[in-house]
Structures are given as C-alpha cells and as structure tokens.
Ligand binder design. Structure first.
Ligand code: SIN
Length: 333
C-alpha cells in the first residue's frame, strides 16, 4: 500500500505571546513575549506531525508591539520565495497578537501566490494554564494544509475561527476570543478537527494585488492622527514637518474632520500630502460626506481601520501620488 504524502507546511516564527513564557502557570500578564524558539512551539504539539510535515524557521522573536516594517519585508520576501518552492504546500506565521492584523494585511497585499498563508498567535503565554497557542498552531497548520484555503489571501486563524486578513482585527485586549472580522464576520471555522471555509474576501489580494511579488525595503512615511475634543493642528503640522507623505486621519463617526484640524489637513493635501479620512469607530464605512472635505482632496478610507489604511496608503504611494488613483486603491483593496 502506498502511503499518502503529508502536506509540507513551513512555520515562520516571529515571537509574540504564543512564544511567551512566565514564571508560573497562573501568570497571564507581565510575562516575556517572544522567548521560546520555533522548535519548542512545534514540539509542544505532537499532533502536528500526524497532519503535516512541518519545518520551522525563526525570522524574529519579538513582542509585536515593537513591530517594524523591516519584519514585514523579511516575511514577504520569504513567503514569496516559498510560493515558488514546489516542495512547500502552505505557510504558517506565528506572531504576537497586538499587531498581527497589520502584518497579515501587509502580506495579503504583497505575497504573490495562491498557497495558504495563515497567521496565528495566542493570548496566553505557552507556560500558562489553558494556553491557547498549541491549539491555535494546530488549527493554523490544518488550515494551511487545506486545499480550500488556497487563493483566499492571507488568513488569520485564532480561537477556532478563520478570518480574512483584510477584515481581521483585534477586538479584545485579554480574551482568548480576541479577533473578529468587521463587518462581515469569519470566512470559516475549524470544528471537530476539520477545516470549513465557506466564504471569501472579494477585495484584491495576493495574485490580484499590484503590490505583490515586489521586493520592498522602505515605505513612505504615513502618520495616523486620532481626533479628540479640542483637537488642533499641532500633530498634523508635526507629521508634515517630519516628512509624512501621507496622513491617515482617524476621524470621529464617518471620518468627520474636527474644525481645529481642517485647515492644516487641507494645507497638507494642497502641498501634496495624501490625506485619508478613516474613522476611530470600529465598524462602518467612511464615504465622501462633506463637499468641503472632498474639495480639499481628502481620500475616503472605506471600511479599512486606520492601521490598515496606513499600510494601503504606504504601498499605494509607492506607485502613485494622484488623489484619484489613491482613491481607486481604497475602493478596490
Ligand atoms: C505581542 O503582540 O507580541 C504580545 C501580545 C500577544 O501576542 O498577545
């Protein structure tokens, strides 16, 4: 009898709580994220060997609150190489949950291939009672080995659910149920040990993305300005003076611009700084709203949250500075 070949899954480890360790099983805060190596993560889940042939690579071992775009470039380059490697069927990335959604969205836009790219993490360190990392890793590898996950863009697998990176966002600072996909929800689940994928993201990603397959080593500066009561122009002018080529304005409501910030944003846009109206609200869509803002040349950020709007704007600015073309990216991606 011929033995069935197991799928080959590459695990790229970058740190986070999934690789975190604490002094005791009861310690769930104040631990060191990114302290265990990828081999320890793999060894902690012997069931992985039953479903896939896994091999690990340590690309970083950081607390993801310290994420830099240098890690994005490294991950994207490695994923693009693995896409072209016939011996690999899928990729799993372990990552801190704090900024996992940003890395996932960057890879969603820059990896050129249809093999699954699955990002996972954990909310409790590996040493904790009821650590969630081992099951998240097992579910991520199952998803990366699943043919139905091919061509779906980067996916986030956490707490038994599968989310499209375009929409996945961290919504709890401490619960194991830490991620949601707003506003459309999960595209699948891992239940009873099986992977079910029953929806997909229709926005451009991976092979359809004009940013995919390129090699990046620097992105233009884009700052996020978060509106609040008594807002003035100080932070906007600081961003412009620091050389920002773009500003994502996390406005109130449907991306509303505070009158204290408006003139500085308008001036920035007139001087060629791309200004994207986003929102500090967790769900909704920023559309053209006030004719004054549209006349000032502000771009509507749609339903990307500010941290993802920043990534799209950084990438879009590598190909154009024209307001209408930038708006098209926000409409399509
Ligand atoms: C991190 O993001 O690296 C720490 C927190 C976490 O992974 O949940």
């Amino acid at each position: 009898m011929q033995l069935k070949k197991l799928p080959q899954i590459k695990i790229l480890a970058t740190g986070g709580t999934i690789a975190g360790s604490a002094a005791s099983a009861g310690q769930l805060t104040g631990y060191t994220a990114g302290s265990l190596g990828v081999e320890s993560l793999i060894d902690a889940v012997p069931q992985l060997r039953e479903i896939a042939s896994v091999s690990g690579e340590q690309l970083a071992n950081i607390d993801s609150c310290n994420l830099t775009s240098a890690l994005w470039f490294k991950l994207a380059a490695r994923c693009n190489k693995l896409m072209a490697d016939d011996s690999v069927d899928g990729i799993v990335i372990t990552h801190g949950t704090d900024t996992l959604e940003e890395t996932a969205y960057f890879l969603n836009l820059t990896v050129n291939g249809t093999k699954p790219v699955v990002i996972t993490g954990a909310m409790r360190p590996a040493t904790a009672i009821s650590a969630d990392g081992p099951l998240d890793l097992l579910n991520a590898v199952k998803t990366a080995a699943c043919p139905a996950a091919c061509g779906k863009g980067a996916l986030v697998v956490m707490n038994d659910i599968i989310l499209a990176a375009r929409y996945a966002t961290k919504t709890s600072a401490f619960k194991v149920e830490a991620f949601q996909a707003q506003p459309y929800g999960q595209i699948g689940t891992v239940a009873g040990g099986r992977v079910f994928i029953e929806a997909e993201c229709l926005k451009y990603h991976t092979t359809q993305s004009v940013f995919s397959g390129k090699s990046y080593n620097k992105l233009p500066r884009v700052d996020i300005i978060y509106t609040h009561c008594d807002e003035d122009d100080v932070l906007i002018n600081a961003a412009v003076n620091a050389g920002a080529r773009g500003i994502v304005y996390a406005g109130s409501g449907m991306g509303s611009v505070h009158s204290g910030a408006y003139q500085a944003l308008k001036q920035a846009a007139q001087n060629g700084v791309a200004v994207v109206r986003s929102t500090r609200i967790s769900e909704g869509r920023v559309l053209p709203a006030n004719p004054e803002w549209d006349a000032a040349g502000f771009i509507s950020g749609g339903n990307l949250n500010p941290q993802k709007a920043r990534i799209l704007l950084q990438l879009a600015l590598t190909v154009t500075a024209e307001q209408q073309k930038l708006q098209q990216f926000f409409d399509e991606y």
